[in-house]
Write a protein that binds this ligand. Sequence first.
Ligand code: TYM
Length: 354
Amino acid sequence: MTEFKPLVFSGVQPTGNLHLGNYLGAIRKFVALQENNDCIYCVVDLHALTAQLVHEDMTTQIRSITAAFLAAGIDPKKHIVFNQSQVPQHAELAWIFNCVARIGWMNRMTQFKDKAGKDREQASLGLYAYPSLMAADILVYRATHVPVGEDQKQHLELARDIAMKFNLDFREKIMPTGLGVDITVGEEPVHAYFPMVEPLIDGPAPRVMSLKDGTKKMSKSDPSDLSRINLMDDQEAISKKIRKAKTDPDALPSEAEGLKGRPEADNLVGIFAALADRSKADVLAEFGGQQFSVFKPALIDLAVEVLAPINAEMRRLMEDPAHIDAVLRDGGERARARAEKTMNEVRDIIGFVR
Ligand code: TYM
């Protein structure tokens, strides 16, 4: 083997309503990537236990994320769509990665610090180990490319560190199996069992910001519903939220440079560009010099045009939970077969008897 086979993997947590940030930062990219790649998309239900253990509506949430995947255009027959808990190999590899990762690495994770808040002693051990399970999600398929929003960048760097330490620590054991791939890291040749994952973060909206504050990320946990557009919002709600979105008094600039220091304008232009599959420069070439009173109605029309069909299809799918469950079961079965192959190789590399 000379190269890792390209494989796309990503996951979304079944917690709260999906919003435009999840759609533009992740799901829209999932759809585009399936054209030319083998893809695995996962509803990460085990991760959903990390911040809150008991979820009244866990089952509905899992189905709702799955419905969003399908409604957005992911093909579960050509690719794999499943929920994480159906493939116990994720948790098994995460345990091994817990023994690879160093506490110092975990202590640097900004998302843990944010989510744990002031009372860190009360955070769950799962929340602390969250990035280790995330690395296992990806590497249990030896996936190479991971489409995510910018907030996940640090977690993917950790996944690379974990992969590299495993490759180096088990170097002598990987070599004779011939299961690895020769790569160079810096100057050093390494016979790697796990690939160095490539984050796919680029695009005009890698970090969609709150509609109420252009310096804060659009988030499920923001107490103000006006701060985000939910995928389940109807036309009226989308229109109201964009009309009420914070802006500044100036006209739009003609070039992207002019968005510097104007976070709300930058955010709305980025959203427009991502929804229209255009660059920010291209959008500004059209709207430069125009006021928000002209730009916002155009953005409303575009957002409704893109989101309304997804919204309608999600509602239709949610009326047939048996179909959604069947999709997940079928995906789970195929994912399990692939993950078990990796785990058998990992068990052999470590030297477990099987
Ligand atoms: P989650 O469910 O919190 O977010 C799902 C995806 O949405 C992206 N995202 C955003 N992108 C742009 N702007 C925003 N405001 C915004 N908010 C959220 C996130 O970056 C993410 O891509 N840890 C992951 C779930 C996960 C995972 C994985 C991802 C678990 N295992 C393995 C990739 C590979 C997460 O944040 O989910």
